[in-house]
Ligand binder design. Structure first.
Ligand code: FES
Ligand SMILES: [Zn+2]
Length: 351
């Protein structure tokens, strides 16, 4: 076991013990399938997928560019470490973001989001193929071959300390929000690295709770990617409910090995022959709305409750639009999703 793995494993164990003392596992909503997913994916990614990527990269690089082995070994750590940290995390931000926007990649990332609770083990809760094609791990394999071994080792420890703590139910950031005097510090920290609050929001079931942001807060180590690319939501609160809407509760094997193993649930996104049906219409829907009540307009065109969102937007780049009205009235909702004045129909369906 490398010194890196030892530090990360000890850190996880420490947080796991603190979570346990806090009662997380005593009151856990996890099912047996959830436990299988968490334990098996952790074992698989640390003993098979990630080592395999490093070995394949070294062999491939050795065959293609043998003269480059260790070529950058003399690079100053002051340059190599920030380079590795920033490039790795930038790549992962976009990979993770696309995993929420592209249906096939969402199916691979989905097990990470079906857990009903947070905790250190959620960090590694992934389909095995999702891990095998994570581009930033391949990047780390390549720069290791080029000689940035020390920078990669330090970067991995720093990254996992942040990422594991952001998934942990220990919620270390709570103390930052308690004292007014720490407000400035909290402002800087929550925009720099992922915190439990911002990352829990990414795992929250639905943005309808006013805290969760499952279609944003994609950052791993550095949260400034979300701030820069407009996907950040910072509330300093934690969602009550985690998981995905309309979860059909698939078998652990389908979660871990899709598309080789498919779910036996007909309504599951990872089920055999599943097809997400477009429910957008060519006419507006007119309904009476009440003053002050909140409505969530479906913008993706997959909801079976048109014109309202029913949580079917997973695996698309769309999210529901929150709407409130000052007075009760009749509204002509767009259902073709081509309107330029969402959520209202502007006649675009005629084209
Ligand atoms: S179902 Fe939520 S936006 Fe379409
Ligand atoms: Zn995600």
């Amino acid at each position: 076991m490398s010194i890196d793995s030892l530090i990360i494993a000890s850190f996880m164990l420490l947080l796991g013990i603190l979570e346990s003392i806090g009662g997380l596992y005593h009151d856990s909503k996890r099912t047996k399938d959830d436990w299988w997913i968490e334990v098996l994916s952790f074992v698989h990614s640390s003993t098979v997928s990630k080592p395999l990527i490093v070995i394949i990269t070294a062999l491939a690089m050795g065959a293609i560019l043998p003269m480059w082995q260790g070529a950058y070994g003399d690079t100053s750590l002051w340059i190599a470490l920030p380079f590795v940290l920033v490039v790795d995390d930038f790549i992962q931000y976009w990979y993770h973001r696309k995993a929420h926007e592209w249906a096939w990649l969402w199916n691979l990332h989905r097990p990470h989001h079906t857990g009903p609770d947070m905790g250190v083990m959620v960090t590694f809760r992934e389909n095995i193929f999702y891990v095998m094609i994570i581009p930033n791990i391949w990047f780390l394999g390549i720069v290791t071959y080029l000689g940035l071994v020390q920078a990669v080792a330090i970067a991995l420890v720093a990254k996992y300390i942040v990422v594991v703590s952001a998934h942990s139910d220990v919620r270390w950031d709570k103390w930052l929000y308690k004292h007014k005097s720490l407000d400035g510090l909290a402002w800087i920290i929550e925009r720099t690295i992922s915190t439990p609050s911002t990352h829990f929001a990414h795992h929250g079931k639905s943005s309808k709770d006013g805290i969760s942001n499952p279609t944003g807060n994609f950052s791993n180590m550095f949260f400034f990617w979300d701030v820069m690319f407009g996907t950040a939501v910072i509330t300093r609160k934690y969602p009550e409910e985690f998981g995905i809407e309309n979860d059909p509760k698939d078998h652990w094997a389908a979660h871990l090995y899709w598309p080789i193993i498919k779910s036996d649930k007909a309504n599951s996104e990872i089920g055999d022959g599943y097809h997400k049906e477009m429910t957008s219409l060519k006419e507006p829907v007119i309904t009476q709305v009440e003053a002050g009540k909140t409505y969530w307009w479906c913008s993706c065109g997959y909801s079976k409750d048109q014109p309202y969102c029913n949580g079917s937007h997973n695996g698309t780049k769309y999210k529901p639009l929150k709407v409130q009205f000052d007075k009760s009235q009749k509204i002509s909702w767009c259902t073709c999703k081509m309107t330029k004045t969402p959520p209202y129909c502007d006649g675009s369906h005629k084209d």
